[in-house]
Write a protein that binds this ligand. Structure first.
Ligand code: PMP
Length: 367
């Protein structure tokens, strides 16, 4: 039988696996860091109105530069990040994965390298590979914070073209201090002019502030964001970045013409009209996240401090076996392949109760 590797695919893709969080039909799914709350009905209605309007013009290509949407995203960032962001600082694409892909197509590519500090978001490495960019796995401390000394050393040694910093980090939940980002940025620029990407997919759930103000005066620093988590719109596929206007101009060199459909732009604009309602859910989820942390600790599990909408817990001799035992109790969590640890996404109070009951049951069984 012909398999992928029998096809004349690129050498560097041979033997690799695609991104694959299992999509299983289980009563309680806490494995992909989604927001558990469906969009509120008035927003669903507003989306229908906006999409209906857009549908009347579907014979035409959409606004290639998504100016209205980028203006509203800039307004949201200015309001929430304590820093003035203008339309020319913002770019949007189909999920922050596409934002990252466009950045790597522009600043990475064959003969170039990108570095990330692992464990971290696996797609940084996968999209690097997909764009022909060499991937360098940088170190972390045992508590999953970035080891600044080792990280700056790795940057000096490899002189990467792109440096990824994920804050809060996935799958550990660890926030990164501004001083750490600045130290890594300085180290990167000292090695050679290169791009530093701060992936803030989960920043709305953080105890601390966004690192977005750091883009001021640093044209090689980019902050990437998404509407998949805090806005509860993973199905929409809308990611965006904030950076110096020259970065926004640079990604135009690789973006596909009309990459953001008129339907996507209309839907995202409707969601942005309901920002306050959606951010109220974020507050609830932060409380639920803290309840998961406390509940897991009370049961005697180790928990990594979390600034995201998920919690890393352990330590297990065989994390995958525990993942299966939790699944057998009707709750799907995530095995990210971090030895000894699993990750659970904060769901509704009922879902979190079901998860806590499942892990309590496991503890009892082990006693
Ligand atoms: N960055 C991080 C750190 C993530 O965890 C994710 C999603 N799991 C993304 C980016 C991509 O999100 P999206 O493409 O849905 O915006």
């Amino acid at each position: 039988m012909t398999g992928i590797d029998d096809l004349p695919i690129r050498e560097e893709l041979k033997g690799k696996s695609p991104y694959g969080a299992p999509q299983l039909d289980v009563p309680v799914r806490l494995n992909t860091n989604e927001n558990p709350y469906p969009l509120p009905e008035p927003l669903v209605q507003r989306i229908a109105e906006r999409v209906t309007e857009a549908a009347r013009n579907l014979n035409r290509y959409p606004d290639r530069d998504a100016v209205e949407l980028r203006t509203e995203l800039a307004r949201y960032l200015t309001r929430t990040a304590g820093h003035e962001v203008r339309v020319e600082n913002v770019w949007a694409a189909n999920g922050s994965n596409e934002v990252i892909q466009q950045l790597l197509q522009t600043f990475g590519g064959p003969g170039r390298t990108a570095i990330g500090f692992e464990p971290s978001y696996s797609m940084h490495g996968l999209i690097s590979r997909g764009t022909g960019t060499g991937w360098i796995s940088g170190p972390r401390n045992d508590d999953f914070t970035i080891d600044v000394e080792a990280a700056t050393k790795a940057i000096a040694e490899h002189a990467p073209d792109v440096t990824f910093i994920t804050s809060p980090n996935n799958p550990t939940g660890t926030a990164v201090e501004a001083e750490t980002v600045l130290a890594l940025y300085e180290a990167a620029q000292a090695a050679k002019p290169s791009l530093v990407v701060v992936d803030e997919a989960y920043i709305e759930f953080s105890h601390g502030a966004s690192l977005l103000p750091l883009i001021e005066g640093r044209p090689n620093l980019v902050v990437s964001r998404t509407m998949s988590k805090a806005f509860g719109a993973a199905g929409l596929r809308l990611g965006y970045l904030a950076a110096h206007p020259a970065v926004v101009d640079a990604v135009q060199l690789v973006r596909l013409p009309y990459h953001l459909s008129a339907i996507t732009q209309a839907t995202a604009l409707a969601a942005l009209e309901h920002t306050d309602t959606l951010l109220a859910y974020v507050e609830q989820l932060k409380q639920e996240r803290d309840r998961l942390v406390d509940g897991l600790r009370a049961l005697g599990y180790d928990v990594t401090p979390s600034d995201a909408n998920f919690v890393q817990f352990g330590r297990f001799e065989d994390a995958h076996a525990v993942w299966q035992q939790i699944l057998d109790r009707g709750v799907l969590v995530r095995d990210n392949g971090v030895p000894g640890w699993l990750r659970v996404t904060a769901g509704t109070p009922e879902e979190n109760d079901a998860f806590l009951d499942a892990v309590k049951d496991l503890k009892k069984e082990q006693e």
